[in-house]
Write a protein that binds this ligand. Structure first.
Ligand SMILES: Nc1ncnc2c1ncn2[C@@H]1O[C@H](COP(=O)(O)OP(=O)(O)OP(=O)(O)O)[C@@H](O)[C@H]1O
Ligand SMILES: [Mg+2]
Length: 1007
């Protein structure tokens, strides 16, 4: 439907023949036509360059007069062809002509019109009545992109000029064209819905940023729809049965800037196809698209999929702005970061804390986008959202929150939750209905309609999946004279079998190249395809051509090549014999590693990718080396999710080594990952590896052993085994007595404070925190400890303020909160900031200033979810809920608690902080008058604190039970073990003011 629509809207174009049906408006020829509104505006347009081949020779063999006549008549033929398709001639220079399509008039199908004009030039010159020899021939080049149209005054009046990188690219493309033919860029091809016949010509590389474009020779355009699926493979048949979805895309593209729509669907359901329709539509509105694509190999690389788009943006902006950094008002740090992102470097702002680098990178990209949309109308397309890393996702969220630009996103169903966070509307793609499915098949086989049997079989096997329908329909296309019976017999039972069969038909050379590419993944830079072909094929260019011909590989924009569909890549990978697979990965590793060390190119492979190839090439030690580097890079950006993924992979890799080496690898990775995993409440997975170090089984020196022992104490504390934790800590402190170290002492004091408090020794906990603070000078108080996570002093002060609050020492608690807040703000350290905020909110809550507590705790809870600090999610949720209960906002409290229970982190974290989730649920039931439930939940809270060895919170739980009993008159199971008098005296003895207050309130009822 989309393609038809476009054609209809393209007034003046006969849709059957592509010939113009009406005379075309005024001559532009460099003179300014009436387009006041369009001048000095950036538009997405198609640029055509035409050059007369061999004009010098023409001149040398002809009489000057005759030569001039030939040139003039040729130029006017070219000009006429351009005008016939509504192009505007911008410049005629010597024997060359430059024209733009899509500006005046602002037709939506400018890529098609430009292509038709180009073909017309070549054909008319071939048949043109030149009469004299040698007949002139032309080269034509086409490219689409944003251009800036501006008026220039000179001695002869005003002329129009077109500037922009796109014009430069179009010029380069023209030079690749053989005489009497048309060269067209992949970008322009992708914007033409009609079927094009293409031959690969090569690629060009931009001087500005090393990005490239695949270039094709355009031999024909089939306005009726081709009878074969040509090079592009994807998206040549019209879009069928997606009217609603297409309307939504149209509404998005033509609607108010800043909206975001997400398309979710299974593999092959047509998501990428809808994005392509979005790109075509927006090109028609003069809007440029910027593409972000998730990639499984880059999923653990923070900001991994944004390097390309950032470089693309720079390329768009550079012709318009001399100094992008200053135009975007970037700070010095942001400018350095931008350069780092462009160069794909790792060392930018290396002196800063990881969290800061992360924040600066996000802000820099957002600033750049903000600047870009002022100068170039942009639509952001995000495909394969299931493979986006968390950092890239938070950039997308920033784009949505700031309404910076319109976004169209797509991903498989597993991406739903993460993508939903950065869009307004989610659209589910369902299988095509029987009618649409039938028309899709009929459309593909319209020149040789299939018999009913075959069609039924296709419909049955494809189950409405567009990719399957398309593939089955193409494969059922028989050569002339095939009997229907044979036709239906050759339809394999399943899509993957069909794809496998298609691959099996390739010759040896092409098969090897296909397998090499399959090892690279579904999409890769063209340079890797070419270098790989040189490495594994006898006839490299022949093999590439055959893969393209067989619809296995296609060229995409931005110098990328890819499998025609991810499922084709998967089939190629799956059907590859094991040994071959190992070899192909080894080749890929060899190639990419050489590139990584030698070239300055932006396309260097990341360590995460190299690790994958090493792993699959059977080189675990090498893979671990790359994983280590990748992990360090992720840590240097505080990308906690990436670290988790890399650590899990490292463990798998280590399992392939002999035991001693495996233990060593696992131990060193566990140290690197421990801090990070703690934020995700996943620290327990390091236990086994950490124990190797703590026990001394793996020896990495005494300092590391001590750290590992303290880590074990933390692991036990979090696991609800504080006594065991104290035993580890005692061993660590004995180490420290032998070899003192300030950072390790600091860490030990902090953990000792956690443990002492859980053992109901609050004074001892506070003494530890004081000792810790006294040892640090001003500079050290703000510095981080470990790779990413902790500013120990801030943590200590935040926890200490919590303890002091419970003891009723409010003035001191307040000053510690202030110190924690100031430091975490000054260092913009998000994790410390969360803890400082929590302590702050808790203080207000205990002091009865619920409104103030509410604002702070709401923010803390949101931050905790935003940054994925899951270790403190239970505490954040429950303190917020407790405050809401006090304010009578029971619905919200219920929702917050229900979400937290559903997330289930409280099951992994068994510290005092999780106790509050139970308490909050019991208090909510009490406030709702749910008597039995309140008693049950109070009993659960008690049981929880006991099972976690939490002596301190056992007291809290007992008081809660007394309150429930006082309110409901029901006895709480388990609470009777401790007589009220004992409870009161224990609380008095410890000076727990917060609990004393609670007891006073129910005094008369429990006496
Ligand atoms: N409604 C449709 N009409 C015609 N062709 C379609 C339609 N939907 C999809 N196709 C074609 O089916 C093939 C698969 O679609 P597409 O590549 O968009 O799938 P996808 O949802 O992006 O899958 P993946 O999750 O694997 O990326 C493409 O060649 C596409 O052009
Ligand atoms: Mg897709």
């Amino acid at each position: 439907m989309g393609a038809k629509d476009n054609k209809v809207r393209a007034e003046g174009l006969d849709t059957a023949t592509g010939q113009p049906v009406q005379p075309i408006a005024g001559e532009a020829n460099g003179r300014v036509p009436s387009l006041s509104g369009d001048v000095e505006a950036v538009r997405f347009a198609t640029v055509l360059f035409a050059d007369i081949v061999g004009s010098t020779r023409l001149i040398s063999v002809l009489d000057p007069e005759d030569a001039r006549d030939v040139l003039d008549s040729t130029i006017s033929l070219i000009r006429k062809a351009i005008h016939d398709f509504d192009g505007m001639v911008v410049r005629v220079q010597g024997d060359g002509v430059m024209a733009v399509f899509g500006v005046h008039p602002a037709v939506e199908d400018h890529p098609l019109r430009a292509a038709l004009a180009a073909r017309a030039i070549v054909e008319r010159m071939r048949s043109g009545p030149s009469g004299i020899l040698p007949a002139p021939r032309a080269r034509v080049g086409l490219h689409s992109g944003p251009i800036l149209l501006r008026r220039q005054d000179n001695d002869f009046g005003s002329i129009l000029d077109v500037v922009g990188h796109a014009t430069h690219v179009a010029g380069q493309i023209e030079k690749l064209s053989p005489p009497a033919s048309v060269a067209i860029s992949a970008t322009t091809v992708s914007l033409i819905a009609e079927s094009c016949q293409l031959q690969p010509l090569g690629t060009i590389t931009s001087e500005i940023d090393q990005r490239g474009e695949a270039v094709f020779e355009l031999t024909a355009i089939d306005l009726e729809g081709g009878d074969r699926i040509p090079v592009k493979g994807n998206a040549t048949s019209p879009l069928i049965g997606r009217d609603v979805e297409l309307d939504a895309v149209k509404a998005l593209v033509s609607g108010q800037a800043g909206a975001a729509l997400c398309i979710v669907g299974e593999a092959g359901m047509g998501k990428s196809r809808l994005l392509l329709e979005g790109a075509r539509l927006s090109a028609g509105f003069g809007v440029t698209t910027l593409v972000v694509r998730g990639n499984a190999l880059l999923a653990p690389v923070p900001f991994g999929c944004l390097g390309g788009p950032v470089r693309h943006l720079m390329q768009l902006l550079q012709p318009l702005l001399a100094d992008v950094a200053s135009a975007a008002a970037l700070t010095a740090d942001q400018a350095e970061c931008l350069q780092g992102l462009i160069d794909n470097g790792q060392k930018w702002l290396a002196h800063l804390a990881p969290g800061d680098r992360n924040r600066i990178a996000t802000q820099t990209i957002l600033r750049l986008l903000q600047l870009a949309v002022v100068h170039v109308p942009l639509l952001l397309l995000v495909d394969d959202g299931q493979y986006l890393d968390r950092e890239s996702l938070s950039v997308l969220t920033g784009i949505r929150d700031g309404r910076i630009m319109t976004m169209l996103l797509a991903g498989r169903p597993e991406a739903l939750t993460s993508l939903a966070q950065c869009c307004d509307q989610v659209m589910n793609l369902e299988p095509l209905g029987p009618r649409a499915a039938r028309s899709l098949v009929a459309m593909i086989n319209r020149f040789a309609p299939l018999d009913d049997d075959t069609i039924e079989r296709i419909l049955d096997r494809a189950q409405g999946l567009p990719l399957a329908l398309q593939e089955f329909a193409v494969s059922a296309q028989g050569e002339d004279g095939t009997e229907p019976a044979e036709l239906s017999a050759r339809i394999p039972a399943r899509l993957d079998a069909l794809l496998g069969a298609r691959l099996a038909a390739l010759d040896d050379d092409a098969t090897r190249l296909c397998q090499f590419c399959a090892a690279l993944g579904p999409i890769f830079p063209v340079s890797r395809l070419q270098n790989g072909a040189a490495l594994v094929c006898r006839n490299p260019s022949g093999a590439i051509a055959r893969l393209v011909e067989a619809r296995v590989v296609e060229f995409a924009v931005a110098n990328q090549a890819r499998f025609t569909h991810q499922l084709v890549q998967e089939a190629a990978y799956r059907t590859m014999p094991r040994r071959r697979r190992t070899m192909m990965h080894a080749r890929a590793l060899e190639l990419l590693a050489a590139q990584a060390s030698s070239s300055q190119e932006a396309e260097v492979a990341s360590h995460a990718e190299l690790a994958t190839h090493a792993e699959k090439a059977g080189l675990p030690q090498r893979a671990l080396g790359h994983l280590w580097d990748a992990c360090q890079q992720a840590l240097s950006l505080a990308a906690i999710d990436s670290v988790r993924q890399l650590y899990l992979r490292a463990r798998e890799m280590a399992a392939r080594l002999e035991p001693a080496a495996a233990a060593m690898e696992r131990a060193r990775f566990s140290l690197l990952a421990f801090d990070t995993l703690q934020q995700l409440s996943q620290e327990q997975i390091t236990r086994e590896d950490m124990a190797l170090l703590a026990e001394g089984t793996v020896d990495m020196g005494p300092g590391i052993r001590t750290v590992a022992r303290i880590n074990m104490a933390v692991l036990d504390w979090i696991d609800g085994a504080p006594l065991q934790g104290e035993a580890w800590l005692a061993r660590a402190e004995a180490d420290l007595d032998a070899h003192d170290s300030l950072p390790r002492r600091t860490y030990a004091d902090l953990v000792a404070a956690y443990l002492a408090f859980s053992q109901a020794r609050p004074r001892a906990a506070i003494a530890r925190i004081e000792r810790l603070g006294n040892r640090l000078d001003d500079g050290q108080r703000g510095s981080t400890f470990g790779a990413v996570v902790v500013i120990p002093h801030v943590l200590a002060r935040a926890f200490g303020a919590w303890y002091l609050t419970d003891l009723g020492e409010i003035a001191k608690a307040r000053s510690w909160v202030a110190e924690a807040l100031n430091l975490s703000r000054r260092y913009a350290h998000a994790y410390s900031r969360l803890l400082a905020d929590l302590a702050h909110g808790y203080l207000h809550y205990r002091e009865g200033r619920f409104e103030r507590a509410l604002g702070i705790l709401r923010g803390a809870y949101a931050d905790c979810l935003h940054h994925h600090f899951l270790g403190f999610e239970p505490a954040s949720a429950s303190w917020l809920a407790l405050t809401l209960i006090e304010l009578g906002q029971l619905h919200e409290a219920e929702a917050v608690l229900a979400e937290s229970v559903a997330r289930g982190h409280f099951r992994q974290v068994r510290t005092s902080a999780t106790y509050y989730l139970h308490e909050a649920r019991a208090r909510l039931a009490m406030a709702q008058g749910k008597v039995v439930q309140a008693a049950d939940l109070a009993a659960e809270a008690l049981e929880h604190s006991r099972s976690c060895g939490e002596a301190m919170h056992e007291l809290h739980a007992l008081v809660l039970c007394r309150e429930v009993e006082a309110h409901t008159g029901m006895a709480v199971w388990g609470a009777q073990d401790v007589p009220t008098a004992d409870l009161v005296s224990r609380i008095d003895e410890l000076g727990l003011a917060c609990l004393q207050r609670r007891l006073v309130a129910i005094e008369d009822r429990i006496a």
